[in-house]
Design a protein around this ligand. Structure first.
Ligand SMILES: [Zn+2]
Length: 262
């Protein structure tokens, strides 16, 4: 499931492929992908405009249009973007297709429908309306704010990290990795952390997310001493060799080391 690093990689992808070209046509193959607008209205607002710039908050990608408005991409469980030339056929599971005047297309591809597109005016208002927490890579997101967000919940660390209203952008895979790097047990209550542990968790969170973006959010490119490559049945801890514990926490399959993360 796309988490913050994946969406940041998609953002770079849009920047390097799809900006500043006139969008000649928009085709929407699944109407239920549009969140707050009809197909007709969406096309009216987007066709003959250009994508001008991008922004991201948590798992949401914002692509600003020339003139006004902003398209919001949410990738659900399986969404991705693919830019391709006319001569290629559109990818399987394309739900929306933007056609540019250079004869290239940008497809919003989704094997399982759960992702959404919306048209909005103002990303900061959108973030506020959704009650989203801070983006962990926002340079204005301080340790103090992180502490405040965490200690405000009664939940486990794992749930708090995945709670989009607490911190936006972290899901099942990266919450496991962040807790492993900070050597904290996923079931520890967020409100019971020491000052020192909060600080370590804060730095681990930033380190893990940045490292993943650096590696194109590709688990296979992550360092071997990260948990991510070992998150599978029969997986062993890359630090101590102990068998990883697999259990459901908040309905998600979670991995941790019983030795390193007591
Ligand atoms: Zn271990």
């Amino acid at each position: 499931m796309p988490e913050l690093p994946d969406v940041e990689v998609y953002r770079h992808y849009v920047n390097s492929t799809s900006l500043h070209q006139t969008i000649e046509k928009v085709e929407i193959f699944s109407a239920d992908i549009l969140e707050n607008i009809s197909r007709r209205e969406f096309r009216k607002h987007v066709e003959m405009r250009k994508f001008e710039s991008t922004d991201r908050h948590g798992k949401y990608l914002f692509v600003r249009l020339s003139e006004d408005g902003c398209v919001v991409f949410h990738f659900g469980m399986t969404g991705l973007l693919e830019y391709f030339k006319d001569s290629h056929s559109k990818p399987k599971y394309s739900r929306v297709l933007f056609t540019f005047d250079n004869s290239y297309h940008l497809a919003f591809v989704m094997p399982r429908k759960l992702g959404k597109l919306a048209l909005i005016e103002d990303p900061s208002l959108f973030v506020k309306d959704r009650g989203l927490g801070a983006d962990p890579l926002d340079r204005n997101f301080t340790l103090e704010e992180f502490k405040h967000a965490l200690t405000g919940t009664k939940s486990t660390l794992k749930s708090a990290l995945m709670n989009q209203k607490c911190i936006a952008g972290i899901g099942n895979i990266y919450s496991d990795e962040i807790l492993f790097q900070a050597r904290l047990n996923p079931r520890t209550k967020a409100g019971q952390l020491s000052e020192q542990s909060i600080k370590e968790l804060y730095h681990a969170m930033k380190k893990v997310l940045k490292k993943s973006i650096e590696n194109q959010a590709d688990p296979n490119q992550m360092p071997r001493n990260y948990l991510i490559a070992h998150r599978k049945k029969g997986g062993a801890c890359p630090a101590c060799g102990e068998d990883l514990i697999v259990e459901k926490i908040s309905g998600r399959t979670s991995y941790h080391c019983p030795e390193c993360q007591r």
